[in-house]
Design a protein around this ligand. Structure first.
Ligand SMILES: *[C@@H]1O[C@H](CO)[C@@H](O)[C@H](O)[C@H]1NC(C)=O
Ligand SMILES: *[C@@H]1O[C@H](CO)[C@@H](O)[C@H](O)[C@H]1NC(C)=O
Ligand SMILES: *[C@@H]1O[C@H](CO)[C@@H](O)[C@H](O)[C@H]1NC(C)=O
Ligand SMILES: *[C@@H]1O[C@H](CO)[C@@H](O)[C@H](O)[C@H]1NC(C)=O
Length: 399
């Protein structure tokens, strides 16, 4: 993905070599114990579903027999996503990733390369260290519920020019760049690929994607990148920690992602985050009912006329870190004043503040897919209580 890499490099050109060296130093170790600890969250009580997505499936004691019900629960711009609904269930029983051209039956790589719709589940708790980027075909659900599935210490996921993928209940951390090489990209094609960036999930030229209940920490590059005219994406119920530049949407100045539409709902942005939660260029992003408890330099950033609607979030400024939630990259006021960035019903704690710009009456003119209706920001700690992957679903009991 040379193009992406090049553009990302441009985008971060202002960050000094020292930063890059520090990042390599920090993230070059394989699976760090501290990240595991961070991501482990215990929940053994009765079913508690607090937000509109979780309420749709979590309290059904037969959720494991009725896994495809999850596909009816997505909201926001990713609402058309059905993943592998209607397809066979594929059980991953082998955590290895040794053959990148003809992967073994039972591995995650074999599962995601199949051409037909598949609902992919895991036989047991496992850690998968991907040798190279995992190229995922369309019409797939990767469903980690009921197992503790860790994608860690290796390469990340690549969704390129595909539609319709659900990624649910995975831990992804300490993702490192792959060197590239000969890799199968779909059921009929393999070929040489350049080095991968080290993002946990790259969404490249793809649409109808839903990432729910995943935990992300400490990758080398970004956590989730959305680039190259990707759109119709929902990221919900995820937990983000320990990363410098987590979410980058619309990476290219040259190929503008004007039509990109992304929903960020019910996530928790926690310890050790610095910036880009997300950073958005172009497009339209609704940020709704998320809990922002840590950001060192900014939470929501952007450029190039991005529209950002922030509703019912809780922003808690850290002591000794930036109080401003927002950051406009390299634009004079006369320009960014025209970008519609609106904070509506957000709860601001410990001096946090959001600088509004653009059209205060945007809602009257909005004709797109209906946005998720924000609940009062005071409810955010409850709505996001089970953000992340370790929700402790057990077969046979409500999750
Ligand atoms: C969902 O599907 C409909 C029908 O194909 C389409 O018009 C719409 O653009 C899609 N995406 C969104 C976010 O509504
Ligand atoms: C996984 O399942 C496949 C298909 O049933 C089987 O061929 C393979 O041997 C299994 N692998 C392991 C490691 O159990
Ligand atoms: C995914 O499923 C849809 C609807 O069944 C089908 O039209 C499409 O061709 C499939 N796409 C892929 C990449 O398999
Ligand atoms: C597989 O990948 C090749 C090369 O990118 C592409 O030309 C072909 O259309 C793809 N086939 C499927 C079924 O996606």
């Amino acid at each position: 993905m040379k193009v992406v890499k090049f553009n990302l490099l441009l985008y971060v050109a202002f960050i000094s070599c020292i930063f890059i060296m520090a990042a390599q130093f920090t993230f070059s170790s394989p699976i760090s114990k501290s990240n595991r600890r961070e991501l482990r969250k215990k929940h053994d009580g009765p079913c508690e579903a607090h937000n509109s997505i979780d309420k749709c499936w979590r309290c059904d004691p037969n959720w494991a027999e009725n896994r495809e019900k999850l596909a009816d629960c997505v909201q926001g711009f990713g609402h058309n996503t059905t993943g592998g609904k209607g397809g066979e269930v594929y059980v991953v029983n082998d955590s290895s990733d040794t053959d990148l051209v003809n992967p073994k039956v039972g591995t995650l790589r074999h599962a995601v390369l199949q051409p037909e719709p598949l609902w992919i589940i895991f036989r047991s708790t496992m850690t998968i260290r991907l040798c190279q980027e995992l190229i995922i075909a369309g019409n797939k659900t990767i469903d980690g519920r009921g197992a503790h599935v860790h994608i860690a210490g290796g390469a990340g996921f690549m969704l390129q020019f595909v539609k319709n993928v659900i990624i649910s209940d995975l831990h992804m951390y300490d993702i490192t760049p792959g060197d590239g090489g000969i890799i199968r990209s779909n059921s009929t094609h393999f070929g040489h690929r350049g080095a991968s960036d080290g993002d946990a999930i790259t969404i490249f030229g793809s649409s109808d994607i839903w990432v729910d209940h995943c935990s992300f920490a400490g990758t080398f590059d970004g956590l989730i990148d959305i680039v190259a005219r990707s759109t119709d994406i929902t990221i919900s119920n995820c937990h983000f920690v320990r990363h410098d530049k987590a979410l980058l949407f619309g990476a290219s100045d040259i190929h503008p992602d004007e039509n990109m539409r992304v929903t960020i709902a019910y996530n928790h942005f926690g310890k050790g985050l610095t910036q880009r939660l997300p950073a958005v260029r172009w497009g339209f992003v609704q940020v709704v009912n998320n809990d922002y408890t840590h950001w060192k330099s900014y939470a929501i950033g952007g450029a190039k006329g991005a529209t950002i609607i922030s509703q019912g979030n809780r922003y808690v400024a850290e002591d000794g870190a930036a109080k401003e939630v927002t950051y406009r990259k390299k634009a004079p006021k006369a320009e960014w004043e025209k970008w519609t960035w609106r904070s509506e019903g957000d709860l601001m704690v410990n001096g946090a503040f959001f600088v509004n710009s653009g059209n205060p009456n945007w809602a009257a003119e909005y004709k797109g897919y209906p946005l998720i209706c924000a609940e009062p920001a005071e409810r955010v700690p409850e709505l996001t209580k089970f953000a992340g992957a370790a929700i402790g679903c057990k077969v046979g009991v409500p999750c």
